[in-house]
Design a protein around this ligand. Structure first.
Ligand SMILES: Cc1ncc(COP(=O)(O)O)c(C=O)c1O
Length: 501
């Protein structure tokens, strides 16, 4: 029996029963053996491409007896970096590095070096970091409408978008347990919301109710409202969804949340640091921030369009009381009174300082000028994609170019682009591909090169429909296999692979 046959046979079984069946099947030796074979086949070919340095560099699985010369280590890392740098620097990569100018990078590196020993946990030793953090939070809050409300907007700096989201969801869970006695909490989220919300659900025992979006990939207020029940602790919308870069109808959604007296989180991880500037540049932006009275928390990533180094984000709350549900305090530990605002104990002070310095060195002028370049490049790219026969855009975004193919296999198109050096992101349900536009793509010639390669890709796939790349079979199976646990297990095996020395 192979996985394709199983897939066909299971298609008609309802999802709830499938989960039970899957649990049963997983305990069956024959089925497990078949799965192991399937995982090996799917992942076996990937190891070589995932471990490009095995051939030319020594691998270490124990600490060497004698320390290696620093110069030698630096030289080795420079050599490795030279293999990887050109791709993102020359604009071949979707998202990932949002600024990337060498002078900006050099400046951030200098700031990191000055603060490299600082631990944000020890505010007595490094009150400087507390100052930087408070100011990063205040500046982000101000950018996101704090001055237009009488409520106090406050927050903390976290390690990234996912942590900001996890923190906010834990906050709502604890608040709802405390204030409303809700012990089986749920969260209502559009299908397009980031998986960090599912991660929060799985870590904190919150059921995540996923609600379908409309044909423009935006949440539908009436359907979201219907999904609420008495155990709902919060609703959310995204300002700049990862797949298609669209903004959910947050004015309507947050108003529903306000009327139901539940929290409303705007996930502005991606769009939070670019949409406010887009609005100032007179682009049409659906309101999503604290100017809306129903919005009670926002996540916005300094390490994306905030142009800081990787490893920071800001989570903001309406009111000090709400933020306190996020904090942790231990009063009886022999090690002393312990307090910490977020998940980590020790936190890099240097990364907080880098965010602070990135924001101050950019200034409103810098953010506006960066946004202008990115938004104009996106418009150019979107118009170019639309003009390619056989492709159509997905969603209406200011900074993401998401597209699908009418009758071609879009994953084959993506594989052709990969062969030409591009690193694009695959989408599913529906199948698609996106390019998340950064300052790298605003450099001269990049959008022209992208469009020329994309045209060539479409022509090639049209002329050679039988040619099969790596992504099409993978996404074909991964999107359609009714046994979702099997797909998840395969992804976990992939992580195992990454940890193989
Ligand atoms: C809309 C959105 N939310 C959350 C995240 C998670 O951010 P991070 O990868 O920094 O954890 C992302 C990442 O791309 C995102 O696009």
């Amino acid at each position: 029996m192979d996985i394709d046959k199983i897939q066909k046979q299971l298609k008609w079984i309802p999802p709830g029963m499938l989960t039970m069946l899957e649990r049963y099947l997983k305990r069956t030796p024959r089925f497990r053996a078949m799965l192991e074979k399937e995982y090996d086949e799917m992942l076996g070919g990937m190891e070589t491409s995932l471990k490009p340095y095995r051939k030319d560099f020594t691998s270490f699985s124990r600490i060497p007896e004698r320390g290696r010369a620093r110069a030698n280590l630096l030289q080795e890392m420079e050599a490795i970096k030279s293999h990887e740098e050109a791709r993102w620097r020359d604009g071949f990569v979707s998202g990932a590095v949002y600024h990337g100018d060498q002078t900006h990078i050099d400046f951030l590196n200098q700031v990191y070096a000055i603060n490299s020993q600082a631990n944000a946990l020890h505010t007595d030793v490094w009150p400087s970091i507390a100052k930087f953090e408070a100011e990063v939070v205040a500046m982000t809050a101000d950018m996101l409408g704090a001055a237009q409300t009488t409520d106090q907007i406050c927050g903390v700096v976290s390690s990234g978008g996912t942590e900001s989201i996890l923190l906010a969801m834990k906050t709502y869970r604890d608040q709802a347990r405390d204030m409303k006695g809700i012990n089986h909490p749920n969260l209502v989220a559009p299908t397009t919301a980031h998986p960090a919300f599912d991660k929060a659900g799985s870590y904190f025992g919150i059921q995540v109710i996923r609600v379908p979006v409309d044909e423009k990939f935006r949440a539908v207020p009436s359907t979201m409202q219907r999904a609420l029940n008495r155990n709902t602790i919060a609703m959310l919308g995204t300002a700049g969804t990862y797949p298609h870069g669209v903004v959910d109808p947050i004015p309507e959604l947050s108003e529903i949340a306000r009327q139901h007296k539940i929290g409303f989180h705007t996930d502005g991880c991606l769009g939070g640091f670019i949409l406010p500037w887009a609005e100032k540049l007179n682009y049409k932006v659906t309101p999503f921030d604290f100017r809306l009275p129903g919005v009670t928390s926002i996540s916005a990533d300094t390490h994306k369009y905030g142009y800081a180094a990787k490893g920071t984000s800001v989570v903001l709350y309406r009111g000090l009381e709400l933020r306190r549900y996020q904090y942790f305090a231990a009063t009886d530990w022999p090690g002393g009174l312990y307090l910490s605002p977020s998940f980590a104990g020790s936190r890099s002070g240097a990364l907080v300082a880098v965010s602070w310095a990135a924001m101050l060195s950019m200034g409103a002028e810098g953010y506006l000028s960066a946004a202008k370049k990115i938004l104009e490049s996106t418009q150019q790219l979107r118009a170019g994609v639309e003009a390619i026969p056989g492709l159509h855009l997905l969603g209406d975004s200011l900074f993401i170019v998401a597209f699908a193919a009418d009758s071609l296999n879009i994953y084959n198109v993506m594989d052709f682009m990969t062969a030409r050096g591009w690193s694009l992101n695959p989408l599913q349900r529906p199948p698609g591909v996106h390019l998340s536009v950064t300052l790298r793509h605003a450099e001269a010639g990049v959008s022209q090169r992208f469009l020329a390669d994309l045209r060539a890709a479409v022509e090639h796939v049209r002329a050679n429909p039988q040619e099969q790349g790596e992504s099409a079979p993978l996404y074909g199976t991964a999107s359609n296999l009714p046994l979702r646990g099997v797909v998840a297990e395969m992804l976990k095996r992939y992580i195992d692979l990454l940890y193989r020395v």
